[in-house]
Design a protein around this ligand. Structure first.
Ligand SMILES: Cc1cc2nc3c(=O)[nH]c(=O)nc-3n(C[C@H](O)[C@H](O)[C@H](O)COP(=O)(O)OP(=O)(O)OC[C@H]3O[C@@H](n4cnc5c(N)ncnc54)[C@H](O)[C@@H]3O)c2cc1C
Length: 376
């Protein structure tokens, strides 16, 4: 089963499938080994508009529904989760601007992304991880109204490759952070060395350092913490879709391998134990996908979806770990070897339990809602 999509979304999905068949599946193992994707494919992603999927129609976007976008990202994650996470990282920056930016900022950022530029969302710091608003980066207002930003951001997706940055920083005298737009060319903006990661190794992740970066008065994005949370809520729903994609790939790889692998004179998939294992994998995947679809429908309907987004992200991330682990079991000893696909999928899946809020943080959102609503 799949998401129920619009016609435009379904056509786009076919394009993405073709693109992944031609450019991604064959190279993804090599990117994993080298720790980065090929420049050429990253450029193609920009030029083909995969970073622009979430631009609203009012700002020149395709006017896709959230379900369409999720289906495309699921497909991309199925081929290579790192590429999908890069798109999601840029999307977070865009969503934050759409949530609280001025009309000029929205038009500027949507225009830049439509032209092939990408963003990075800089929230996490050494002391601000799960406690995401415990920002230490400072914004000082200068006499001419411009801002000076100083601080260090950790684990930033597209950290060294973005064209613009949406940075959380606290204005002197305030407690909660505000968001600022920082151009990649800004003096004083530097980057750490690329992080050596367990999974999603095709994706650029690094520290972003702001050493007294001067930005103009109109770089301040409105909404502060509210814009941060709005971006994260939407981001979590898309992360859930990507976790589903990674799990779906693992199930399909396990099924393919299981049909070919012979033990005791027959394919291992002829054993009911293996068949039930595959069926359980697909049942969990579909449950995660449909929980995600429910969030996306609420999003499109303009309803509050924050609790459901946390549920979907937690469930899909756990499902991705369980399913990729099951795939490894089906592969037996070969699953442990790096020249078979199972181990990379398990490593890639692990990020979904951390990025954009750990499993515990998603459960905190759900529990807070339960206790407030008193739901039985
Ligand atoms: C590959 C990757 C890409 C990322 N990209 C970005 C990005 O683009 N932009 C960005 O801003 N950030 C990014 N992050 C950061 C990510 O959002 C944080 O790593 C995540 O929110 C967890 O924060 P932390 O790593 O500081 O863990 P911590 O907050 O230190 O958590 C450590 C452990 O303690 C638990 N814990 C903490 N507080 C509580 C509590 N109150 N109750 C119960 N358990 C608790 C956590 O669940 C976790 O298990 C990225 C991370 C990764 C791994």
């Amino acid at each position: 089963m799949a998401y129920l999509m619009t016609e435009t979304g379904a056509e786009l999905l076919q394009d993405v499938k073709r693109f992944c068949e031609l450019e991604v599946y064959k190279q993804s193992t090599q990117w994993d080994r080298e720790g980065h994707a090929s420049e050429q494919v990253l450029q193609m992603l920009r030029e083909m508009g995969y970073y622009s999927l979430t631009i609203p129609e009012t700002y020149g976007g395709l006017g896709l529904e959230a379900v369409d976008i999720a289906a495309v990202l699921e497909e991309m994650a199925k081929a290579d989760a790192g590429l999908a996470v890069s798109i999601a990282g840029s999307n977070l920056a865009l969503r934050a601007v759409l949530a609280g930016g001025t009309e000029e900022q929205k038009e500027e950022i949507c225009g830049r992304i439509a032209e092939g530029q990408i963003g990075a969302f800089c929230l996490t710091e050494a002391e601000a991880g799960s406690d995401a608003l415990n920002t230490k980066t400072r914004a000082v207002k200068l006499a001419d109204g411009s801002w000076e930003l100083t601080g260090t951001k950790q684990f930033i997706t597209n950290g060294s490759t973005a064209d613009f940055y949406v940075v959380a920083a606290v204005i002197e005298g305030e407690i909660k952070p505000q968001l600022f737009l920082v151009d990649a060319e800004t003096a004083g903006l530097t980057f750490g060395t690329p992080e050596e990661k367990l999974g999603i190794r095709s994706c650029d992740t690094c520290e972003v350092q702001l050493n007294g970066c001067r930005v103009s008065a109109d770089a301040l994005v409105g909404g502060g913490a509210k814009s941060v949370l709005a971006a994260l809520n939407e981001g979590r729903a898309l992360m859930a879709a990507m976790a589903v994609g990674t799990a779906q790939r693992a199930m399909e790889e396990a099924m393919k391998y299981g049909k070919e692998r012979k033990q005791f004179g027959k394919a291992i998939t002829e054993n009911q134990a293996i068949q039930f294992r595959l069926a359980d994998m697909q049942i969990k995947i579909e449950a995660a996908r449909q929980l995600t679809a429910h969030v996306l429908q609420k999003m499109d309907a303009g309803m509050d979806f924050s609790t459901e987004a946390a549920m979907a992200k937690a469930f899909a991330a756990d499902t991705a770990i369980e399913v990729t682990g099951s795939a490894m079991d089906v592969f037996g000893g070969y699953g442990f070897m790096t020249h078979f696909p199972a181990e990379k999928l398990l490593r890639d899946a692990r990020v979904f339990q951390i990025i954009e809020g750990t499993g515990e943080m998603q459960r905190s959102v759900v529990a807070a809602h339960l206790l407030k609503e008193g739901r039985r």
